[in-house]
Design a protein around this ligand. Structure first.
Ligand SMILES: Nc1nc2c(ncn2[C@@H]2O[C@H](COP(=O)(O)OP(=O)(O)OP(=O)(O)O)[C@@H](O)[C@H]2O)c(=O)[nH]1
Ligand SMILES: [Mg+2]
Length: 277
């Protein structure tokens, strides 16, 4: 089933579709079928959590989208960075309708729906745009339960929606990385498995943030890394061995919130996911 079906009834009400993706994983965190879904509406892609991604990689993505004629902006919804650019895009995309309304002597409203996979910061972005905690946010997937209009009274009405994902999001490395980033529930995969894929993806991009944080060379197998994490963090089983599962969960949480440093896990042109080349 198309995961966007529940949102479709709202589409005819809106002027712009805002697709939020993870700046650390811009291609694999995309919303499946969004182009067809948004039809003739304006569509803007927001690379959120840009504070946790590598700035040169984010610039590379934005350049790449520009070449493809895709409207995209990078933001940090937590700190409110990059919102000016997004507002400008929203204004531009709604200019024609505003002009029509003006000719009719009316003021609005203009409406946007915010969609994306879970936990990418859709609700946080809305809260930043309206300047108050209008919708609930949280550091796990599935916080927003149903569509919710936010009406700040500035002429815009924003629709927050629950995160959606497709079967492809759960598969292989994509599934592991989305679990590592907190976009899929932790139960999706054993944390040790997610750590293995995360380490692989980081090292392939010459990112040794985990290895450095735990004083390791950049080529130790995941078991050695988790042993180091468990010992350092005191995650020890009664028999004296490391609690590997807890060490893996701990490491994933550290990475997710950016405690190990910035990282971008895919670059344009790498292949494997749509729009990576
Ligand atoms: N560092 C950082 N954290 C962010 C940013 N935006 C959101 N977050 C955090 O990411 C987590 C998820 O944010 P939400 O706004 O609840 O995400 P959502 O997409 O609405 O999630 P669902 O409703 O579950 O689909 C929260 O812990 C936010 O504080 C950002 O730009 N940078
Ligand atoms: Mg939400």
């Amino acid at each position: 089933m198309n995961p966007l079906l529940n949102i479709r009834p709202y589409l005819k009400l809106v002027d712009v579709v805002v697709e939020v993706v993870e700046a650390r994983l811009p291609a694999s965190s995309r919303c499946p079928g969004i182009e067809e879904f948004s039809g003739g509406k304006g569509l803007v892609r927001v690379l959120n959590k840009a504070d946790l991604a590598l700035p040169p990689a984010t610039r590379e993505w934005l350049e790449y989208y520009k070449e493809l004629g895709i409207t995209a902006v990078a933001v940090d919804a937590r700190q409110g960075r990059g919102l000016g650019g997004l507002r400008a895009v929203l204004d531009q995309m709604s200019a024609r309708k505003r002009e029509r309304l003006r000719r009719q002597g009316r003021q609005g409203p203009l409406r946007a729906v915010v969609v994306g996979i879970p936990n990418v910061g859709k609700s946080s972005l809305i809260n930043r745009l309206v300047g108050r905690a209008a919708t609930r946010t949280g550091d796990r997937p599935g916080i927003t339960r149903g569509p919710q209009w936010v009406r700040p009274g500035d002429g815009w009405e924003l629709l927050d929606t629950p995160g959606v994902f497709a079967p492809a999001h759960r598969k292989g490395r994509t599934g592991a990385l989305l679990t590592a980033l907190g976009c899929l529930p932790e139960e999706t995969m054993r944390p040790e498995e997610a750590v293995e894929e995360l380490l692989g993806a980081l090292r392939e991009h010459n990112l040794f943030v985990v290895d450095k944080a735990y004083g390791l060379k950049g080529n130790e197998p995941p078991e050695v890394v988790l042993e180091a994490v468990g010992r350092r963090r005191g995650l020890i089983l009664p028999g004296g061995g490391v609690d590997v599962e807890r060490a893996a969960s701990f490491l994933l949480r550290e990475f997710r919130r950016g405690a190990l440093g910035k990282a971008t896990l895919e670059r344009p042109g790498e292949g494997g996911s749509p729009e990576t080349g």
